[in-house]
Design a protein around this ligand. Structure first.
Ligand code: OAD
Length: 227
């Protein structure tokens, strides 16, 4: 089976009703990223940061995977599909994708604010300030904030390097190191990009599908010869 590696971003979940970050009406229009997505923000104003992620979690509980997520999961019948996602939602998993690597963390998990390896599933949407891990430290969202290392990056780069086909879907490719993953692919690896707005990729062998995730995945399926 050919290995199909996918780098997904917030646009993948837009049709599920979750807001992207940098589009018109995106989250970073309402919030300053420095106020809610940095370790300094957590130090300075944990109430605001915690409320921001509690709100995201509350919305995720009501959100459902969309056609794009489902079509991608279906491709597992014919391809060895590896999803590398910048998304912190769990919609790929809920649609049935079996190999999902989260580069920027997961909303449904929390972790010790002292030891990044102490990670726990959160029951429900609400993390409260004062909720502590068994070792006594305050729990924080399991999110890779700006300025923090991306622990899954090495594994992601290895997966990208083995791709027979690479798909970029719903990401503006603004945030590194994730945005650089495409450069780990072999020179012979065809690259497909699904996004209504072309993100900046200046490489050869790129096929742009200027559609939303659902319609774009339908087109990709037919391009890959799947009915
Ligand atoms: P962005 O908001 O930067 O980009 C979203 C992309 O999705 C844009 O290229 C849109 O054109 C596209 N898009 C919008 N609607 C779409 C749809 N229905 N179908 C397909 N594409 C659509 O989001 P990301 O690139 O994911 O990190 O952002 C990367 C990181 O920046 C996020 O993981 C987050 C953010 O700050 C952290 O919070 C650590």
């Amino acid at each position: 089976m050919k290995k199909l590696v996918v780098l997904s971003g917030a646009g993948m979940s837009q049709e599920s009703g979750l807001r992207t970050f940098r589009d018109m009406g995106g989250l970073w229009e309402e919030y300053d990223v420095m106020d809610v997505a940095t370790p300094e923000a957590w130090e300075r104003n944990p109430e605001l940061v915690n409320r921001f992620y509690n709100d995201r979690r509350k919305q995720l509980i009501d959100a459902k995977p969309n056609q794009g997520h489902f079509l991608l999961a279906e491709l597992e019948k014919d391809f060895d599909v590896h999803v590398i996602t910048q998304n912190v939602d769990n919609l790929h998993e809920r649609a049935g994708s079996s190999k999902v690597l989260h580069l920027h963390g997961e909303l449904t998990k929390v972790r010790s604010s002292v030891d990044p390896d102490l990670i726990f599933e959160l029951d429900g949407w609400e993390l409260k300030l004062g909720d502590k891990c068994p070792k006594g430290s305050q729990l924080r969202p399991h999110i890779v904030w700006f300025g923090e290392a991306v622990p899954a990056m090495d594994e992601a780069a290895e997966i990208a390097a083995q791709a027979d086909i690479f798909l970029v879907i719903g990401t503006s490719l603004n945030v590194y190191p994730a945005a650089g993953l495409v450069h780990y692919t072999a020179s012979s690896c065809p690259i497909y990009v699904i996004d209504p707005e072309r993100p900046p990729i200046s490489m050869k062998g790129v096929t742009f599908i200027e559609e939303k995730a659902g319609a774009g995945m339908l087109k990709l399926k037919s391009l890959l010869g799947q009915s």
